[in-house]
Design a protein around this ligand. Structure first.
Ligand SMILES: [Zn+2]
Length: 211
């Protein structure tokens, strides 16, 4: 039955009634929480526009700054004893949750890694590298999504200052091919992007998304 979900959605909507969610619904701050640092990505219309791997205290700043939906990777149940790291991560998740919902009045969604795997790779057994490749493919493949091949003439420096003329080969960008939307993403930011993207697809393509 959907009743519980609907009631929750309505309550959540009423709580956020002061904000126009129709306008900002697709702005997403996705977070992969960790014990001391968390990966994050800010997405507009499904495209990552900013990302980072921040000390957890600094994630507070992001939650206060962005007026958007927050998507957090949920800790899965592993069916085996878990270490201290998991508890520490859950504590941080709770702090982010409190700040987002109670203080910043943001909509918050939890997403399990298993749902990301199912959505992007159609298999709960997909590993990190296949999930990563599935994300890259969704954004147009390696060349388009990542791109950013360094300019051979200036070796990526673009040559500005110190008496150097601006590099004409790359128009000072330092890149031979333009940097794509996923350029520079690494480590935990991929996990954040995975939950953000899966949530975004659930908004735009609800039929194809396991949520
Ligand atoms: Zn150059």
């Amino acid at each position: 039955m959907q009743t519980g979900i609907t009631t929750y959605a309505l309550t959540s909507f009423a709580k956020n009634a002061g904000k126009n969610w129709n306008l900002i619904m697709t702005d997403i701050l996705a977070i992969d929480p960790g014990t001391t640092k968390s990966g994050w990505v800010f997405m507009v219309n499904g495209k990552p526009v900013d990302h980072g791997w921040f000390d957890n205290e600094k994630i507070y700043t992001l939650l206060k700054m962005y007026q958007c939906v927050v998507v957090i990777e949920d800790v899965g149940h592993y069916g085996m004893p878990v270490g201290r790291d998991v508890f520490e991560t859950i504590r941080w998740t709770g702090r982010f949750d409190y700040l987002a919902i109670e203080i910043c009045k943001l909509k918050l969604v939890y997403m399990k890694r298993a749902d990301v795997k199912l959505h992007l790779c159609f298999s709960p057994r997909a590993n990190d590298s296949t999930v990563r490749q599935a994300i890259i493919d969704k954004y147009g493949g390696d060349q388009v999504a990542i791109g950013g091949k360094k300019c051979v003439a200036c070796k990526g420096k673009g040559w500005v200052g110190r008496g150097r003329p601006p590099c004409l080969e790359c128009n000072q960008t330092g890149y031979e091919t333009p940097a794509g939307p996923l350029h520079g993403i690494s480590g935990h930011v991929w996990a954040a992007l995975g939950v953000g993207l899966t949530y975004y697809d659930s908004l735009t393509n609800p039929d194809e998304t396991p949520m």
